[in-house]
Design a protein around this ligand. Sequence first.
Ligand code: IPE
Ligand code: IPE
Ligand code: MG
Ligand code: MG
Ligand code: MG
Length: 321
Amino acid sequence: MYNSTPTEKNPDTVCPMETESIKKHEKSSAFKSALAVKAALTERILSELMDNQTEIPPHLKEAMEYMILDGGKRIRGALAMWACEAVSGKLNRDAEIVAAAVEMVHTYSLIHDDLPAMDDDDMRRGKPSCHKKFDEATAILAGDGLLTLAFELLSIEIENSDTAVRMIRTLSEAAGPSGMIAGQVADMHGPHVNGSRANLEYIHMNKTAEMFAASAAMGAIAGHADSRQLSAMIEYGMKIGMGFQIADDLLDVSGSSDQLGKTAGKDAEQGKLTYPALVGEEKSREIFEKLTCEAVCALQIFNSNAGPLRQLAMELLNRTK
Ligand code: IPE
Ligand code: IPE
Ligand code: MG
Ligand code: MG
Ligand code: MG
């Protein structure tokens, strides 16, 4: 969608940051609390929006709420809200709606990703995955429900209709058949362990980074970003999104199922094309650190209102689930 490969250097961005300083970053409890606040807010908005849905058949609603209201780190929601704050200095209702919408689309993607026809995972967010708790048909339909509802809500709840259309376009391009779905197709059917670095970048950029970039972009649009701010936010989102999926691949190798809340070791078992499988864990980490550096540099046009986004990039280096 955004026409740039993740390792490509933006000529406008002179990155003064050294990966060494990134490596020295230590976990911050202030950041942990700030993320918890945004996660709770995202949860509250989701809960409000679901409560207003009175015409969803009860069994379907139960399955949708089972996945959307309980769990998840809410990184994409927080990212959208922080992008709005970075641009405008404050949070607004549009950014809250964006946070809920991106979490709905993300959660649908997880429900479908776990299906037997896809990654076949029985566990998600520390509990039985949707098709295990309910059944496959209900899981497919709960995913469809969340995906569609996200766009319905953007069309209804975003105050200005031109803004709503821009957001809907951004999210549908990122999540659609030239974005996340293209990445998922390549992940499922592409060349597996013997694939190339280009194949791998294509998969990660599409299946994961596009949604990060869209979350940042939509948050920025909610904050009335100009085109320079929007481009910077998209670049930042792509870089942290690529890094996020590298971390996910690394955690699949080194984490436990208890820690991750999903089955560990599945990528190797299913012969997936991942960073650790292709370039090894050490090199994967190096690429992840370089992407983090570039993500922070992409934010250099912003003032201290972008502090949480800078922190987020660095904190993701140390995530354990
Ligand atoms: C998992 O995303 C899927 C990937 C793109 C790696 P998250 O790790 O953000 O999942 P939740 O929302 O916290 O459960
Ligand atoms: C999932 O990637 C990406 C999407 C859901 C779009 P993974 O298959 O690696 O995610 P997990 O490990 O199951 O969370
Ligand atoms: Mg998958
Ligand atoms: Mg999976
Ligand atoms: Mg994974």
